[in-house]
Design a protein around this ligand. Structure first.
Ligand SMILES: [Zn+2]
Length: 171
């Protein structure tokens, strides 16, 4: 297992839709293992493959950040099957460090995807889990939370983010 570098806002891999995985082979399982380790090390509650520079539809989520066994979700080719209601809560992103925003998210979602063994899994998420599913599935569609803000807030934040991307993200 290895911690992979997290790419930051402005890297083209974050701003384009990712490709579906054709077959869950050892390379995909290694990617999943590395993503889990990278998410826990960050620490974060979710990570999508484009955030480690891999343009594939692969996500990992653990709303307990590894504190509670059985909370880890690893999904290949996840799809949003249902969404209902609304919630608003501040979100951040490991690829947009130092920034936060409050996009409108569904209160409840149903998500289907494949686990590391290729078995179909269906999850229902509310509260933080619903937000995490939407945030990570947005990533594999090339969208960041910034893209979900109201036009005024989005434009203001994008100006600041472009400046940060130009000047370099290194702290
Ligand atoms: Zn993110």
């Amino acid at each position: 297992m290895a911690i992979r570098p997290i790419v930051r806002y402005g890297d083209p891999v974050l701003h384009a839709p990712a490709r579906p995985v054709d077959a869950i082979d050892e390379a995909v399982r290694a990617l999943l293992r590395d993503m889990v380790e990278t998410m826990y090390a960050a620490p974060g509650v979710g990570l999508a493959a484009p955030q480690v520079g891999v343009p594939l539809r692969v996500i990992v989520i653990d709303t307990s950040v590894g504190a509670e066994p059985g909370q880890l979700i690893q999904l290949v080719n996840p799809e949003l099957l249902e969404r209902e209601g609304e919630q608003r809560h501040e979100e951040g992103c490991l690829s947009v460090p130092g920034f936060g925003g409050t996009p409108v998210r569904p209160a409840r979602v149903v998500v289907r995807g494949l686990d590391p063994e290729g078995k179909e899994r269906v999850y229902t998420g509310t509260e933080l889990l619903a937000r995490a599913f939407c945030h990570e599935i947005d990533h594999i569609d090339g969208l960041l939370f910034v893209d979900r803000l109201t036009p005024l807030k989005r434009d203001l934040m994008k100006r600041k983010l472009r400046k940060r991307a130009r000047e370099g993200w290194e702290e």
